[in-house]
Design a protein around this ligand. Structure first.
Ligand code: AMP
Length: 484
């Protein structure tokens, strides 16, 4: 991420330079080096940059600079000068956190607006003047209709992760919002890719925009050994626990779609004797830092993370990444697996895919332009009793986004993870494709306390046959893998 431009070269105001120093940044990332001067020059911008490139500071820093340079005489309640639209509540919170971090030595005020929560506290907060409003489109429109927000004073509009907003069906809401903005304004559009749809959107939003594009953070997808195991959602925890133990993985980053799912998986792994922790947005920064530290030092073998929590984590060159669920945004897959296989290092990414996730798999294969080999999941694992929380997981994973109101983004996925067709049971003697590759059939080392496997559940151990498994003593085992 290095460039020859320094922050001093960018001419940012002193309070911002201090915040940059506080954050420990020494040099601008490529997107910052390219975007900041263009934004400061006042023109519109179309920027291709993925999460993880430092794009948020790429627009936040120059915006703060411009607001500082042109203070308003009279600030009115609920009348922002800057509107930043994002697709999800997580991103909204994350962007506003950046605004606060970089604006810490200024008096510039900011607030977030997103759906899925009580509107009243937001309405109350909007009774005060706000400089920078970070919002998801649907809830913002609610506030506009209730006249809590007045967008006629917006000087700068940012569409962040515009491609995801389009994917999530926000285009109509965006159009309605555009109609409420003054014609004379600066527009910044950030997107992971310049798809035809993004080009179309940018035509309607931007004027004489300059374009910047930084290489996707991950160009290593080709070098990563990728595998898919088709497994029912209900068995993923058991299967993953088995794979980790059998393959002797000592440093594995596992991605789940929800915070709740991350917690439950980490708990299950710990129960099975593995050393694991979960990191996600609900954990304090201190807890996250501690978990990350332990993981880096090898004290914890398995780090379970949501995409949002994994952002900005300085962990790459990992030997192993697992997608416990596929992301519904295909670019996130590339981002996830880019954590491994960097700089020529060997890396492997395993995805556990329920039949309800096949549509995500197809979308991912389209963007990586190759088919990911499907390998039968290893056998020899023991099914835990179905948990009443399993149905919750899916409901939560669908409900956590601040989705668009129209058209509704209803998932075709069933509420219960096990209700869709289970894949054929994996056959004996077929390796999982993990390193070290081995026959993992029937180890007989089932985690204690598990109920007997149910029929037709896709390959759990039914009896404790350990006949052709390598002896336990011969298995490479690293101390960090297990709890002491
Ligand atoms: P973003 O792509 O905006 O989500 O940023 C990804 C991560 O990079 C965040 O954790 C930022 O704190 C971090 N970051 C942003 N700019 C810099 C920089 N110039 N130097 C080091 N880290 C940075």
């Amino acid at each position: 991420m290095s460039t020859s431009v320094t922050f001093a070269d960018l001419g940012l105001a002193d309070p911002l330079m201090r915040a940059i120093a506080d954050a420990g940044y020494t040099i601008p990332t490529p997107i910052q080096a390219q975007a900041i001067p263009r934004v400061l020059a006042g023109g519109d911008l179309l920027a291709a940059a993925q999460t993880g490139t430092g794009k948020t500071a790429g627009f936040t820093l120059p915006i703060l600079h411009m607001l500082l340079a042109k203070p308003l005489e009279l600030r009115k309640p609920g009348r922002p000068r800057v509107l930043i639209l994002t697709p999800t509540r997580e991103l909204t919170a994350q962007v506003e956190e950046s605004v606060k971090t970089y604006g810490v030595h200024t008096k510039i005020s900011s607030m977030v607006i997103f759906g899925g929560v009580n509107i009243n506290p937001q309405t109350n907060a909007l009774r005060k003047p706000v400089d920078i409003l970070v919002a998801t489109p649907g809830r913002l429109l609610d506030h506009c209709q209730q006249r809590n927000v007045d967008l006629s004073g917006v000087e700068i509009l940012v569409l962040d992760e515009a491609d995801r907003m389009l994917d999530m069906g926000f285009i109509r809401d965006i159009r309605k919002i555009l109609a409420l903005l003054p014609r004379q304004r600066q527009n910044l559009l950030f997107s992971a890719t310049f798809s035809d749809e993004i080009r179309e959107l940018s035509k309607g939003v931007l004027n004489n925009a300059s374009e910047v594009s930084v290489a996707a953070r991950n160009t290593t997808a080709e070098r990563v050994d990728q595998t898919v195991h088709m497994v029912p959602q209900a068995h993923k925890r058991d299967i993953l626990s088995h794979i980790i133990r059998e393959s002797g993985w000592h440093q594995v980053l596992v991605f789940t779609r929800t915070k709740h799912g991350a917690n439950r998986l980490a708990e299950k792994l710990v129960k099975d004797g593995l050393s694991a922790s979960a990191i996600h947005g609900n954990k304090s920064q201190a807890a996250r830092t501690r978990a990350l530290d332990d993981f880096k030092k090898g004290k914890v073998a398995v780090l379970v993370a949501t995409d949002i929590a994994a952002r900005g984590l300085d962990i790459d060159q990992l030997p192993q990444v697992v997608n416990f669920e596929l992301p519904n945004v295909p670019e996130d897959y590339v981002h996830r697996i880019g954590r491994t296989g960097r700089a020529g290092a060997a890396g492997s990414a395993v995805s556990l895919v329920d039949s309800s996730e096949v549509k995500y798999l197809k979308a991912i294969e389209r963007i990586i332009k190759k088919q990911i080999p499907q390998v039968p999941a290893p056998t020899g694992w023991t099914a835990s009793p179905a948990s009443p929380h399993d149905a919750d997981d899916e409901a939560r994973s669908e409900g956590r986004r601040d989705g668009p109101r129209r058209p509704p983004q209803r998932s075709s996925r069933p509420a219960g993870p096990s209700s869709t067709g289970a894949p054929r049971p994996a056959r004996a003697g077929q390796g999982a494709g993990h390193a070290p590759r081995r026959d993992v059939q029937g180890s007989g080392r089932a985690p204690s306390g598990h109920a007997p496997a149910r029929a037709g559940s896709g390959g759990p151990v039914r009896t404790g046959s350990g006949s052709n498994s390598p002896s336990q003593a011969n298995r490479p085992r690293r101390p960090a893998l297990f709890n002491k």
